[in-house]
Design a protein around this ligand. Structure first.
Ligand SMILES: [Zn+2]
Length: 481
């Protein structure tokens, strides 16, 4: 039997299980490094299916590795399952409506991500058993992708050692092999400690942490003009010093996220931001405490693996939708601005070699992009980061995007949470599982492809060495509340 047919049949036959898992994780909506139920659910299924599971890596209790088989090649599926804060939202509705006020929600589709990788690992295992194929498959349960860089901490512990190739995906608004590079980043917190006093009676005795935060932010906003175009600097005030204007705020804290195409560039920006913080402390006579929170590396492509995955993506064929699915996507799109709706087109125009106005014009009217986007060798940079970047520095890595949401849906929005619990999303999830499993089976059958991917990787990293971007002693940080 054709290997793709075998894998498709396996995934179809287990459809109910995978949908149940995805919906359960969507409902758990657990934040970074606290994915207790999500991690337990996926690792438990893998264990029942005969994978050897090792739970807890470094300081991360929700990280795990599940292994099946022996010998080479070692193919690793990457799974994520964390949610985002403040995004609680009812599923399958085009109205903004939280389930739990202030609660978390799956605004990046990681419930689909982790479940499709699970389905891919199980389908590949079933194929190996049925056909007596030798090799090792691993499922990496990677916690804290959102603001935690779980994989980078896992990489620091040596968890990905021995991987020959890594395979992953991300739910999105179109279907294509992931060809974009991503930005490296560093996240650090700056606390300014001063002295409280009566803001009217004795302001001269106070030293304001909040003043320091404000001055630091002004300084870094001026810095932006003098950074390369691709760099990004953003911040959130995590402690404004209190709620009383009549007290000089004795302590305030701001969390910075700095990004650039390479880690070296990001580190240089971090040094400049640190100098600005020191300046703010000097100006306000406060004491500065810097806490390095996390970092991740840029994602490095692998053309050999991209081609293999693309062949499988084409062979698997396009997605198709029911009238109802189309209608719901249209309704969701009514909640976007014109500019939002155009965003997917902007991304595609950037990604594809020669998109052509006719092709874009035709896609523009589709609420759900069912056709496959052709890959290109063109260099494109995605203005975002992923901790999959660190894995790509350790082994050749390939990913794809699969349509799970209406065209124009922005990441980290209530619309993405809502669509995450629909049949459209589950279809995309099964499709991604099939593409990943088919890619893995190709690699298992053709060791030469693994060798070529490794050669390309070795050439690309000839003068580069992976050094963890996270300094010693830094621990994974759950969300501060
Ligand atoms: Zn994501």
């Amino acid at each position: 039997m054709d290997q793709r047919l075998f894998l498709k049949r396996y995934i179809d036959e287990h459809q109910n299980l995978f949908q149940r898992v995805a919906l359960a994780i969507w409902n758990y909506a657990e934040l970074r490094f606290e994915e207790w139920e999500s991690s337990k659910l996926i690792s438990g299924i893998l264990e029942e299916e005969g994978f050897a599971v090792e739970r807890g890596i470094g300081e991360m209790k929700t990280a795990f590795v599940a292994t099946y088989g022996t010998g080479k090649p070692v193919l690793s599926f990457l799974g994520e399952f964390d949610a985002l804060s403040e995004l609680s939202q009812a599923g399958g509705t085009a109205e903004q409506q939280s389930i739990v006020a202030g609660g978390a929600g799956h605004g990046c589709g990681h419930h689909l991500l982790g479940t499709a990788s699970l389905a891919a690992a199980l389908a590949t295992k079933a194929y190996m058993e049925q056909h007596g194929v030798v090799g090792t498959i691993r499922y990496y349960g990677c916690p804290g992708e959102e603001g935690g860089s779980g994989k980078t901490f896992m990489a620091k512990e040596g968890a990905f050692a021995g991987t020959d190739t890594a395979i992953s995906w991300h739910p999105g608004t179109y279907t294509s092999v992931w060809t974009a590079e991503t930005l490296a980043n560093i996240q650090a917190s700056f606390a300014f400690i001063g002295r409280a006093s009566h803001a009217a009676a004795a302001p001269h005795l106070g030293r304001s942490g909040l003043d320091a935060v404000e001055l630091m932010n002004i300084g870094s906003n001026y810095l932006r003009e003098h950074l390369i175009d691709e760099a990004r600097v953003h911040y959130a005030i995590t402690n404004a010093g209190g709620l009383s204007p009549n007290v000089v705020q004795p302590k305030a804290e701001v969390l910075y996220l700095m990004r650039a195409p390479t880690l070296e560039q990001t580190k240089a920006i971090y040094e400049r931001v640190k100098n600005i913080a020191k300046g703010a402390a000097l100006m306000t006579d406060t004491t500065l405490e810097i806490r390095f929170e996390k970092a991740c590396s840029n994602f490095v492509r692998n053309y050999v693996l991209e081609d293999v995955m693309n062949e499988e993506l084409i062979a698997v064929g396009p997605l198709s939708y029911t009238e109802e699915e189309h209608r719901f996507a249209e309704t969701i799109r009514q909640t976007f601005s014109e500019e939002d709706r155009e965003q997917t087109m902007v991304e595609l125009a950037n990604l594809v070699e020669n998109p052509g106005q006719e092709w874009l014009g035709q896609l523009r009217h589709k609420a759900l992009i069912d056709e496959m986007v052709p890959v290109s060798k063109k260099r494109t940079l995605l203005a975002g980061s992923t901790d999959v970047g660190d894995v790509s520095w350790i082994a050749p890595t390939v990913q794809c995007y699969v349509t799970c949401f209406a065209s124009g849906t922005a990441f980290h929005t209530w619309q993405m949470v809502s669509q995450g619990a629909t049949t459209t999303a589950y279809k995309g999830m099964s499709h991604a599982a099939l593409i990943m499993a088919a890619t893995a089976v190709r690699l298992l059958h053709d060791p030469d492809l693994v060798r070529q991917a490794k050669e390309e990787w070795e050439e690309r990293f000839a003068n580069l060495q992976y050094v963890s971007p996270i300094p010693n002693g830094v621990k994974p940080a759950p969300m501060q509340r």
